[in-house]
Write a protein that binds this ligand. Sequence first.
Ligand SMILES: NC(=O)c1ccc[n+]([C@@H]2O[C@H](COP(=O)([O-])OP(=O)(O)OC[C@H]3O[C@@H](n4cnc5c(N)ncnc54)[C@H](O)[C@@H]3O)[C@@H](O)[C@H]2O)c1
Length: 256
Amino acid sequence: MKLDNSLAAVVTGGGSGLGEATARALAAAGVKVGIFDLNEEAGNRVAGEIGGTFAKVDVSDSASVTAGFEVIRAANGQESICVNCAGVGFAAKTIDREGKAHDPALFGKIVGINLIGTFNVASQSAAGMVTQDPKNDDGERGVIINTASVAAFDGQVGQIGYGASKAAVAGMTLPMARDLSRDGVRVMTIAPGLFGTPMLKGMPEEVQTALAAMVPFPSRLGEPDEYARLAVHICENSMLNGETIRLDGAIRMAPR
Ligand SMILES: NC(=O)c1ccc[n+]([C@@H]2O[C@H](COP(=O)([O-])OP(=O)(O)OC[C@H]3O[C@@H](n4cnc5c(N)ncnc54)[C@H](O)[C@@H]3O)[C@@H](O)[C@H]2O)c1
């Protein structure tokens, strides 16, 4: 899909980190960008800076997602690009130090945002995409990009909820791509390794240095712009479909 100002996009989690970088990259390519984020101040700031539109949305709540699409589509028209970056990374072990089992409410919260949230936004976006005319000779109507994590494959100690939610996002990719293939909507997932976003930058400096040293090459945290550049490439390259791409400098996470 050729990126220009005839296209609209919705980016969730666009107020920070990987979503913010992607919103900026799409806007720089001329695309009309709508941002969904729970953080009103951050989402409004980014939308204001890129000439985009913001809607306060909790992706885990399907009615909130529906209301958000109404706001953004009224401003920008039907989106052809949907990038799911909203996510949370709460850590907890299966059994804690006191022998207590993992809080099921916390497990549900992580899955509710990372998995159900991605499903809510992707499915509602797809329902809109399939109603529009094809955008190119391939008959392409849209592209959905989800965000998993290397924790989908090598989850660490304390990542039972996070790893499960991200493995499910990776697992949704092929069946969703197959479901939507008849209508020319592609579905891809990016599984980032360690990226220098507020999610990681909040950690102590020595922890960040230790994490960066674990990356075989290049031995540093990924830049949000490197995620955004892959997202832009996925939009532009119509043969990419139904696959999860690790973007991780060859890291394979150790148990802890
Ligand atoms: N940073 C990394 O190293 C890394 C690695 C692997 C995967 N990821 C994944 O990439 C995605 C983006 O992470 P990031 O590092 O940019 O994090 P971030 O914390 O910088 O940004 C996440 C954004 O999502 C928003 N958000 C959280 N819950 C929401 C909800 N219920 N509804 C709407 N918005 C919500 C937050 O307000 C925030 O603006 C996440 O899914 C994360 O799991 C990040």
